[in-house]
Each structure stands twice: as C-alpha cells, then as structure tokens.
Write a protein that binds this ligand. Structure first.
Ligand SMILES: Cc1ncc(COP(=O)(O)O)c(C=O)c1O
Length: 380
C-alpha cells in the first residue's frame, strides 16, 4: 500500500519555515521574576481579589452563565457591572465581553458599515484587524501616531468619492511600544470630519486617569467616542468593557455576532471585575507606586542607552530575531521572566524584548534585571 498523504503536511512545512526564520513559538511555563505580564497593579493574584471572589461565590453568584446573554445567560451581575462601568468611564452605556479580542472582533466587524472607512493606526492590535476583516467597511492604515497621516487618508478617501462615516481606530497606549496616541489631536480630527474615534485602552485602563479610567478620560465627554477597557491586564481579571453611546450597546446586542452567538461571561467574573474597578478607584496609591517603579527603571535603563517609552511597557529593540531570543533566554536563565517579541507581532526587523514593569517587582528586582540585561546584551 502506498503511504497515505499527510493531511498536515502544509502545517508541518509552515512550522518548519517559521523555525528557519527564528519565529517558531512554543508555550513556556511561567517562571522567574515577572517582567512579562500585564498584571500592572499586581491585582491578579492579590488577596483583595481572592477575597472578593470568595464573597461573590458565598452570595450565590454562579460561576457559569448557562447561555448567551440574549437567552438565559443574562445575569443581574452583568448588568450591574455594565451600569457601574458606564458611570466609572463617564459614558452613556457599556457592554461586557468575555475577552478584549471578542470585543474588538464584534466592534470592528459590526459597527462600521458598507460604504464607511476605517483609518487605523499602523500598529493597531491583531484583534482589531480580525474584526475589520470580518466587516464590510473599507480600511486603511495610517502611519503610527501621526494625526496628519490620518487626516490625509480621510481627505484622499473623500476626494475619491467616499461618502460614508469615518472611523478612526487607535490604542491609547501601544502594547509593544509603550507609547501613547495623540488622543487630543485625534479627537479634534474626528470632530472635524464627523468621524467616530475608537480608543483601545487595554494597557492604560487602571494605570492612568484619576480613578484608573484610562487616557481617553482626559477628553471632554463626547458622543463620537468609543473606548475598550480590557479587564485581564491592570484589573487582574478577564473580559472587556466596551463603553460609549447607548446606540453602540444596543446595536451590538442586536447585530454583534460574537456577542449574540456566544455564551455569556461568568457572572462571578462580572462581579469580580466590578470589585476590581472599585479597588483601583479607591487605591490610587497602586498606580502611583507603579509610576515610581517605572521612573526607577527608566533611570537605570538609560545607562544602557535604552530610551524611556513614557509608560510601564519598555521595549528594548534588538532587531535580529535570533539574537533577541538568545538575550531573552539568557535573562530567563538568570531568573528574569522577559520575553522576546518577534514579527509578525511587531514589524519586520524590530524584534525586541518587551519589559513590563508591574507591582510584582521591587526596585531591587529592577536593578538586578538591568545588570543581567547589560551582561546578556554584551554576550549575545
Ligand atoms: C491593545 C490590545 N487590545 C486588545 C487585546 C485583547 O484583549 P484580551 O487579552 O482581553 O483578549 C489586547 C491583549 O492582548 C491588547 O493588547
């Protein structure tokens, strides 16, 4: 008998090609001092959240929702969280999703309509890309953090006969670069072009703003703003809150396929996220302590010629994929959990170490990490 064809031959070849380009990924167990997580305020494993979870369970809030929100899955805790989030973020309404990925997929696939244009930052997250691919609007990338490039894209499209609504999509704090979007300028641009501004606050929520509302909170309240607040990063939980005008919530409940055809998130998680929002608002000292640690890290890293990003996410761009992974491996061997990030997560030729500063580390940990980084960069 001739050998049977291997149905996975294309997949094997693809993985081999990734390996040849030093881009093959594998899951690694968590180990070492945390310079890799998005648990910026050290809430994920905190006593405060563990206690809140126990309290919620003791109140009889169920772990599972049992169905989609439009069927039996809608629970009072979902609605309580959404009402709380709308007040907290200063918007008309909010909608809770099981992940930020699902929220972005629903948002970008559903809200922009055929005949509309999405102008997105060139570095916008993969989940926004996947949502846009599912949707019907045209899309174009604008140079990173360049409001003029956004405006030129809009003007070009209008000049070519584009008549629909323009959607401007950015992250307030970029996940792999740690830099901030020029939100005030983009809001003016959105007003000038009757556009909607979509701001993904995944890495800013909890860390910035007087009560951890994020960076877009500094904009005056506006009817053309939608923000996404993921709950799995600084809030230490999971899920995401999409905040904006009531019509956005209503439309997604009616038309958002990832929302409609999916089991509702755990009511216990909805309860926990609400407690996390309160903890963050009541304990601004957490964000203040983080800011002190970031300043300390920036000072130490400057000695290695590493420029500050202005946030808790500090990229160390190495460029070469293999060298990046060698340096990361050396640091891991020294007990520091620092990961190498390669294309396509970051643009070609910009492989990097992504150093995240969180309240899971001390200034002493930072000092030791910078010494190890200096040695690894010299040796690799
Ligand atoms: C900017 C940004 N948006 C959205 C997401 C997706 O959020 P989640 O991890 O909750 O799915 C992430 C997380 O990776 C992110 O960094």
């Amino acid at each position: 008998m001739p050998p049977r064809p291997d149905p996975f031959h294309a997949h094997r070849a693809d993985l081999e090609a990734l390996a040849a380009a030093d881009r093959r990924r594998a899951l690694a167990p968590r180990a070492g001092i945390d310079f890799a997580s998005n648990d910026y305020l050290a809430l994920a494993g905190s006593y405060a959240l563990a206690e809140a979870l126990a309290q919620g369970a003791a109140r009889g809030i169920p772990a599972g929702s049992g169905g989609s929100r439009l069927l039996r899955g809608n629970h009072a805790e979902h609605e309580a969280l959404e009402a709380h989030a709308a007040r907290h973020y200063g918007t008309e309404a909010a909608l809770f999703f099981p992940t930020g990925f699902a929220a972005n997929a629903a948002l970008f696939a559903t809200l922009p309509q055929r005949g509309d244009l999405i102008v997105h930052d060139a570095l916008i997250h993969a989940s926004a890309h996947d949502g846009m691919k599912l949707g019907r609007a045209e899309r174009t990338a604008a140079a990173h953090n360049d409001p003029q490039a956004f405006e030129e894209a809009i003007l070009r499209w209008r000049a070519g006969g584009g008549g629909g609504t323009v959607w401007i999509a950015v992250e307030s704090l970029y996940s792999m670069d740690g830099d901030r979007a020029p939100l005030a300028d983009l809001a003016v641009l959105a007003d000038r072009h009757d556009a909607v501004l979509i701001v993904d606050e995944a890495h800013a929520t909890g860390v910035y703003g007087p009560a951890g509302q994020g960076l877009a909170h500094a904009l005056a309240p506006r009817a053309n703003l939608i923000t996404l607040h993921t709950c799995g990063k600084a809030l230490g939980c999971e899920g995401a809150l999409l905040c904006g005008p009531a019509i956005v919530r209503d439309f997604l409940v009616n038309r958002g396929r990832p929302f409609i055809f999916s089991t509702a998130p755990s009511p216990l998680m909805a309860w926990l996220v609400r407690q996390a929002l309160e903890i963050v608002a009541e304990q601004p000292e957490r964000a203040a302590r983080l800011s002190g640690l970031v300043r300390h890290a920036e000072k130490r890293l400057a000695a290695l010629g590493i420029a500050p990003s202005g946030s808790q996410i500090i990229p160390v761009v190495i460029g070469d994929n293999a060298r990046t992974m060698r340096i990361a491996a050396m640091l891991q061997a020294e007990g520091f959990d620092i990961r190498g990030i390669r294309p396509p997560t970051v643009p070609q030729g910009t492989a990097r170490l992504r150093i995240a500063i969180t309240l899971n580390v001390s200034t002493r940990d930072i000092d030791a990490m910078v010494d190890a980084l200096s040695a690894a960069m010299a040796a690799a």
